[in-house]
Design a protein around this ligand. Structure first.
Ligand SMILES: Nc1ncnc2c1ncn2[C@@H]1O[C@H](COP(=O)(O)OP(=O)(O)OP(=O)(O)O)[C@@H](O)[C@H]1O
Ligand SMILES: [Mg+2]
Length: 348
């Protein structure tokens, strides 16, 4: 499962305002990618363009041999069925209980009978940990539950591609950790191609296989997690390390006088922090899209920052990995994990 999406030279403007231009990237089939960028750089516009809700000015969005922006309405409608989308605002119907909200796409887009609808809705509700909350209204549940309900609704049509816009906004760190684990587990389970927009640096550093960064109307960089986490490029470095010093200012771009003042004051970007081990599925399996820790750095002659790929217990996962994979061939490693950050998976 999961299909590749190839974006080529995509440009989008509203009137005279160019949102981004010449964006090219490939979302590899079945992998998790994260899109970062300061507020207002057009991340949500990018997701909406991918599903065909907004039409780009130029460029291509290839899914197999179909080029999305140029499909006739009927083919676009069909192609949209490949997508599950969780929009930034969640967009649950306030007057419908969770069951009916989640059942909505099935009733709208399929001819399934109510018993089949029920089977699917309950399966997805179980997957996101919402069993028992079927009769609750969106107004009666917490922000975290709303996100999970939105996620369940995005999953009912068994999407090949899952787009999620800021699943973690407004959530506390513990709920964010659970949600991140859920995303990794979902990817292992359904194998779809994931694109997640987030502002959470910890999410960006530990969840995805690939990271992209939008800044000043350009895609600054897109590539494997280890490539961006070891990058010296100033914008990438500042953003992924949540630093004040660097080219990104409060109003997106600092002017030259601000940058010069910083240089005089000796504000430096500092050393790159270690690359944390990637979050693993909680049942301990290895996702098909997951690369061995350190593989990208080794293949590209990049020395990762000191302390990289070491977990809280001091295990170095570049060394552990072959043993881990071999052991996974025999039994489940579920329960070996010590919280969410280690390759051995987290408690749920
Ligand atoms: N339908 C629209 N018509 C006109 N302008 C729009 C439309 N949708 C978005 N914009 C503009 O596009 C720009 C990017 O918006 P977008 O919502 O994609 O930003 P974002 O990166 O998702 O920000 P945030 O991190 O705050 O969610 C903004 O300047 C916004 O005002
Ligand atoms: Mg947005």
């Amino acid at each position: 499962m999961g299909v590749e999406i190839r974006v080529e030279g995509l440009t989008k403007s509203f009137g005279r305002q160019t949102i981004w231009q010449d964006v090219s990237l490939t979302l590899p089939a079945g992998e998790i990618s994260v899109l970062l960028g300061p507020s207002g750089t057009g991340k949500s516009v990018f997701l909406k363009s991918l599903v065909g809700l907004l039409k780009p000015d130029r460029g291509h969005i290839w899914i197999g041999d179909r080029d999305l922006p140029y499909l006739p309405e009927r083919d676009l409608y069909e192609t949209r069925k490949l997508f599950g989308v969780l929009f930034q605002d969640g967009a649950l119907f306030g007057s419908m209980n969770l069951y009916d909200n989640i059942a909505f796409p099935l009733r709208e887009h399929t001819k399934k009978g109510e018993s089949e609808v029920k089977r699917i809705v309950m399966e997805k509700m179980e997957l996101v940990g919402l069993l028992g909350a079927e009769h609750k209204l969106p107004g009666e549940i917490s922000g975290g539950m709303k996100k999970r309900a939105g996620l369940a609704r995005a999953l009912v049509l068994d999407p090949e591609i899952l787009l999620v816009d800021e699943p973690d906004s407004g959530l506390d760190p513990v709920r964010t950790a659970y949600l991140n684990q859920l995303i990794v587990d979902l990817n292992a389970e359904i194998g779809a191609t994931f694109l997640i927009v987030t502002h959470d640096i910890n999410t960006a550093r530990t969840v995805p296989d690939n990271i992209g960064l939008l800044f000043l109307r350009e895609l600054v960089m897109f590539g494997p997690r280890e490539m961006l986490l070891s990058s010296e490029e100033p914008v990438v470095r500042q953003f992924l390390n949540a630093r004040r010093a660097g080219p990104i200012g409060m109003s997106e771009e600092k002017d030259m006088s601000e940058l010069e003042a910083e240089a005089k004051m000796g504000m430096e970007v500092g050393k790159l922090p270690p690359i944390a081990p990637q979050l693993m599925p909680s049942d301990g399996r290895v996702r098909p899209g997951q690369a061995p820790p350190g593989a990208w750095c080794a293949a590209h002659g990049v020395t990762p920052p000191p302390g990289s790929f070491v977990d809280d217990l001091g295990r170095n996962w570049v060394e552990e990995w072959p043993r881990y994979v071999a052991s996974m061939g025999h039994s489940s490693a579920a329960g070996h994990g010590q919280g969410g950050q280690q390759p051995a998976g987290g408690a749920r």
